[in-house]
Design a binder for this molecule. Sequence first.
Ligand code: SF4
Length: 355
Amino acid sequence: MWELTQACDLACKHCRADANPERHPDELTTAEGKRLLDDASRFDDGQLVVLSGGDPLAREDAVELVEYGTDAGLRMTLTPSGTASLTRERIETLADAGLRRVALSIDGGSAAAHDAFRKETGSYERTVAAAETARQAGVPLQVNTTVCAETVDELTEIRQVVEDVGAVLWSVFFLVPVGRGRVLDPISPARAERVMEWLWEVADEAPFGVKTTEAPHYRRVAAQRGGNTTGRPTADDIGRRAGITAGDGFAFVSHVGDVYPSGFLPRSVGNVGERSIVDLYRNTDLFESLRSPDSLRGKCGACEFRHLCGGSRSRAFAYSGDPLASDPLCDYVPEEYDGPLPEQSFTDRGSSTAD
Ligand code: SF4
């Protein structure tokens, strides 16, 4: 994932990037970005690249970069904000440039709820209109939703919207308190467990796929319900390996080129101006430890699901300062484990959705 820019016209409550209207003067240039894409193409044939932000469409070279990446053999996807930059002409141009998927955020089941969360009147209507335009342009749609105390009661309605807009994938992000997300309230581990069980049922009957972000225990929940228990499932329909977590199948490049295991784990291993993204991903201590479930500590380290799940390393870091500590959102305690349990503060409001 490459954060093209932190510039964005919105001021969403949960923004990881602490986005603001202005572009940063030290953003990677177009030429530096193309070098990064060339490097990324050395990972593997068809490496997936997500252009994120901020609003990646705040950069005028977004289409050029999609085209360049596509020509380099990368599968280019985009996560624009639901702002005025998402015009029909723009989406059609991106489709012509080779865009493989567009991801839009929907955080409420109605215009009122979504707009209140994203702090912009009209955002919901523009997002739904953009979804329709993407469908007409033949670009598959992913919907991203943040799960926290403020949105959890909207999930049933949002699930219906995801179906109505014709999404191929619903990506459900369980809040990690970084950036402006610090002002939001996470849900409790018990509530998260019920939401994941509900998502597992949705995945079974919905016409779209379901994945979680920063909640790998969804795979533990699936395994306990008779799903895949032998290891990671192979890939979703865009070829993304399922079961990716911070630093394992995933790297985040900031707008100025700093490389992190995830956008929610703010510990940089270097800059793409000095070392290639492939080298930073493959050969740095932090990334290597994140790909080693046996190096985990606490109950995640003692858990029989650590190779399948491993917990959110970003959330562990946010709460403890240790990326290898236990994930405090997980309700599961291994049978033989009698060590300390991680703590997190949380808020559970209401009880209707996925309860
Ligand atoms: S204890 Fe850790 S590894 Fe085990 S299921 Fe929970 S988050 Fe995953």
